[in-house]
Ligand binder design. Structure first.
Ligand code: GLY
Ligand code: MN
Length: 245
């Protein structure tokens, strides 16, 4: 992980970025389920997903981009199931992004998709509850500018504003070991019994996809769209890179 991090940060400076905009997050396998994992001490293992949340600061403005890809070049069926939900949630956020909307509006659109997906995977039992928070514990979006988490609050979008689009699902290995805040023990026990089979299937998987959105007069543009994002594009990208090597 630290070797990958070093390659990224070397490239930032080599292309004349000031530095990183925030400490790089490079986590493989279960390390991808820790939100701000900055230790970069794990190995890169075949069969695992590698999550990279990295952004350069250039002329005082920072990028904030995440890609999650399979180390061996192919998503496994269980990895793909989780990835597709996060991808669809990102698409929902992008679709809702237009002048007049707010971060909360686009957040709701993305979160709905995550909830729907988690229910299908069997990781939650009730879509109309906060259960999804166990697997998706951050917002879909924050303002982006001179700071990575920039100011802006509840302001309505207008052409020229920039924010992130970053849904994720994190099946932490110890997720069922602690009673979450606000839960009754009895409900927690019932929940754990119901979702245990899905947990065993998906545990250790962490997926986040993050792009930077620029509001335009009639919608939004993904400023980071040059980076492969669809699963098939990521697999093609890795296959091509291997050939070049
Ligand atoms: N890229 C780190 C964060 O959004 O918190
Ligand atoms: Mn972010």
């Amino acid at each position: 992980e630290y070797e990958v991090q070093a390659e990224v940060e070397y490239t930032f400076r080599r292309r004349n970025a000031d530095f990183w905009g925030y400490p790089s997050i490079v986590g493989c396998g279960p390390n991808a389920t820790t939100l701000h994992y900055v230790e970069s001490q794990g190995g890169i293992k075949k069969g695992d997903l590698l999550l990279m949340d990295v952004g350069a600061e250039y002329e005082h403005y920072t990028a904030d981009v995440t890609r999650t890809f399979p180390v061996n070049g192919k998503f496994s069926p269980v990895q793909a199931a989780v990835y597709q939900i996060v991808y669809d949630a990102q698409e929902a956020v992008a679709k809702a992004s237009k002048p007049g909307a707010t971060l909360s509006d686009v957040g709701r659109a993305g979160t709905e998709v995550v909830k729907e997906g988690l229910l299908k995977l069997g990781l939650i039992t009730d879509k109309n509850s906060n259960q999804y928070r166990i697997w998706f514990m951050h917002g879909t979006s924050h303002w982006l500018g001179m700071n990575v988490h920039d100011v802006g609050g509840g302001a309505k979008f207008e052409p020229g504003v920039v924010f992130t689009n970053e849904p994720g699902i994190y099946v932490r290995l110890d997720a069922l070991d602690y009673l979450p805040f606000g839960w009754k023990q009895e409900d927690w026990e019932k929940f754990k019994t119901a979702i245990r089979p899905a947990f065993e299937k998906y545990k250790g998987i962490g997926v986040r996809i993050e792009d930077d959105m620029l509001i335009t007069p009639d919608g939004a543009k993904l400023m980071s769209e040059a980076l492969p994002r669809k699963m098939s594009d990521i697999e093609d990208f890795i296959a091509k890179a291997r050939k070049q090597l």
